[in-house]
Every structure is written in structure tokens, then in C-alpha cells.
Design a protein around this ligand. Structure first.
Ligand code: 11C
Length: 344
């Protein structure tokens, strides 16, 4: 069987990776439709040597579409996802618009693939920093139990889109040329203040909430509980933007329930888990970095250590390409699981 697929937000940082991923996976496509806002309509993009023209999304664009991958911002999803569903498409939405809605499964296939089958037309793809963390936590939760997660992130600028990546490039050059740095996009486009990202670290990703956490931090907290079906799990996050282009890194502290767990046991569980690659050997300085994981679909884990004071506590370093497993690949993977299980 082949399917009619629409990519909404095709020209964005994630949309471009969606096309690459569909091509890499040789996804069974009958017709591929690229959609965007009016601003990007008319752009040309390549899929398997074919040149495709990006069209402006309208409700009618979704006639005959089987699977629609959305990544054009929450407001576009709110406007068009119901129109796509009305016309018989299954929507895989990469924005935060529907993630916490009760009737919308929020899915990382390695963790909760079975939730997909309860979908009412929309399946949500989690936030990138959440996806890589829960993929690494799931095999540990399954075997050892999990009571607490404390995470600090080191996130790439591409998470904030192509404009943020351009800003890092321009500011880096300006810094090296001894010029003043012009900040217009980061930490958050549209927020009141902007700070340089080049040669800096910004402890703000997305807007602040009333409780003093940022929206990115609250996404990590709330989405983790939903995906893992653990509403009472204790989770806290601090999310930081750093000046590199691709892949998010995370320092994750966890507390497991089982007594007497060894580092070897944790490493063994991670090395056998689907989608996880253990890269951990301090003796040979082996550990993953944003550069080493960029362009790969897996989640890489290293620096596994037992806490020095809490025998149930372990520290992990989790790295993954934020545009692939964090976005495009996880979305395409959900589509592949829908097809394999006949959950369309
Ligand atoms: C970032 N994690 O790095 C964000 C990007 O909710 O899908 C993804 C935003 C989202 O800025």
C-alpha cells in the first residue's frame, strides 16, 4: 500500500528534516503534498530528485490526504488539523497545540506505542527535549522503577528554528570581527527582551510561566508524566540554550525504586533498549556530544554514574538530534507504526 502524505510547514527547520526522513526511510508515499503559510508558498523543495512546489495550506488542501505531518506552529495546527481530520486524514502534530489534550495520544514509540490506537484523528509528537529523555528513562523505569527525575538541558539553537540558527551564525561572525552583537530572535522570538546567544548561555527557552518555570521546562515536566503514564512522578527541569546548531544534551539525575542497583545493570538495560546507543567508557574518554550525534536517529547515553550519597540515585548524559528523534524522525516513526499496526 502507498499513502497520500502532506507535510505542513515543509520549509521550516523540522519540515526540511521531515522530507529527508521520509526519503531515508523510503516511506510508502503515493502523493506528497508540501504545504505552508502564504509567506513560504511558491518555494521549491526536492524529494527523491523530484522538484515539488510548496502550496499555501487551505482546508481543501487535505482532501484525499491519508497522513498529515504538521510542524508549522501551534496556531496553524489549531486552524488546520481539525480540517485535515474532518477530511479523513490522521494528523501527527509536532507542535504543543494538542499535546496535553485528554483525547490526544502523546507518543514516543519506544515508550508508549500502544497509545496510538486510541487516537481520534490527532496524535501529538512531544517536545524534542522530552522525547530523548523519556526514551532513555523507559527501559530503566520498566526494570527498576522510577521515582524522581531532575534534568538540566543544553539545547541547540535549531530548536528555535532557522532564524535562531541564522542569528547564531551572524553573531558568531560579528563577535570574531570585534563588532557589536545584534540580538533579535533568542531567547524567544516575540518576547520583550533579546540577548546574544553567541559565546553565551541563556537560561530561558520559551516564555516564563507564573510559577517561575519556562514553558519548555513545564513541557518536559508535564509531557514526561503523560507519556510514561506516571502522573505522580516527581520531575523538575532547567532548560538552557547554548551556542551550537544541532542536538540537545541533557544531564539527567534519576532515582530508581529497586534496591542495590549497580551502574553495570543500568548500562546493560540501556544498551539493550530500542533506539538507545550506549556510548560510555571513561577510560577511553567515550561519551556522546551534540556534534557526534547530529544527523543520527538514535538517542545516545553516556556518563552513567551512581550518586555518591543516594544509593537509588544515578546520573546520565543523554544526547540526540533535536530535529530527528526530537521531531521529524519521531513523527515519521509514529506514521510507520500506524501503518504497521493498521491504526489509520
Ligand atoms: C526548543 N524544544 O529547543 C524547543 C523546540 O514544543 O515542539 C520545540 C518546541 C515544541 O526551542
Amino acid at each position: 500500500n502507498t499513502y497520500n502524505v502532506a507535510v505542513v510547514g515543509a520549509t521550516g527547520a523540522v519540515g526540511q528534516k521531515m522530507l529527508e526522513t521520509l526519503e531515508d526511510r523510503n516511506f510508502p508515499i503515493n502523493e506528497l503534498k508540501l504545504l505552508s503559510s502564504s509567506r513560504s508558498a511558491g518555494s521549491k523543495m526536492k524529494y527523491k530528485e523530484q522538484e515539488l512546489v510548496v502550496e499555501e495550506a487551505t482546508p481543501e488542501s487535505f482532501e484525499g490526504i491519508d497522513i498529515a505531518l504538521f510542524s508549522a506552529g501551534g496556531s496553524v495546527s489549531k486552524k488546520f488539523a481539525p480540517e485535515a481530520v474532518k477530511r479523513g486524514a490522521v494528523v501527527i502534530d509536532n507542535t504543543s497545540a494538542y499535546r496535553m489534550a485528554q483525547d490526544v495520544p502523546l507518543v514516543v514509540p519506544e515508550v508508549n506505542e500502544a497509545d496510538i490506537q486510541n487516537h481520534q484523528g490527532i496524535i501529538a509528537n512531544p517536545n524534542c527535549s522530552t522525547i530523548q529523555m523519556v526514551a532513555a528513562l523507559e527501559p530503566l523505569r520498566d526494570a527498576l522503577g522510577l521515582s524522581r527525575v531532575l534534568v538540566s538541558t543544553y539545547q541547540a539553537v535549531s530548536g528555535a528554528g532557522n532564524e535562531a540558527a541564522d542569528e547564531l551564525r551572524e553573531q558568531s561572525q560579528a563577535f570574531l570581527d570585534g563588532e557589536e552583537l545584534d540580538a533579535k530572535v533568542l531567547p524567544v522570538k516575540g518576547d520583550e527582551k533579546h540577548y546574544p546567544i553567541a559565546f553565551n548561555a541563556l537560561p530561558q527557552i520559551d516564555v516564563f510561566q507564573e510559577n517561575g518555570y519556562t514553558f519548555e521546562e513545564m513541557k518536559m515536566i508535564n509531557e514526561t508524566k503523560k507519556i510514561m503514564h506516571m502522573p505522580n512522578l516527581s520531575v523538575a527541569a532547567t532548560c538552557v540554550r547554548l551556542p551550537f546548531f544541532t542536538s540537545h544534551a541533557e544531564s539527567v539525575y534519576i532515582e530508581v525504586e529497586k534496591d542495590g542497583v549497580t551502574v553495570e545493570e543500568v548500562k546493560q538495560l540501556l544498551s539493550q533498549a530500542p533506539g538507545i546507543v550506549l556510548e560510555d567508557d571513561p577510560a577511553s574518554q567515550k561519551y556522546p556530544t551534540p556534534l557526534s550525534s547530529a544527523g543520527k536517529r538514535d538517542v545516545f547515553v553516556g556518563r552513567v554514574r551512581r550518586d555518591l550519597d543516594n544509593e537509588h540515585g544515578f546520573h546520565l548524559w543523554v544526547v540526540s538530534d533535536n530535529l530527528l528523534k526530537g521531531a521529524a524522525w519521531n513523527s515519521v516513526q509514529i506514521a510507520e507504526r500506524i501503518i504497521a499496526n493498521q491504526w489509520l
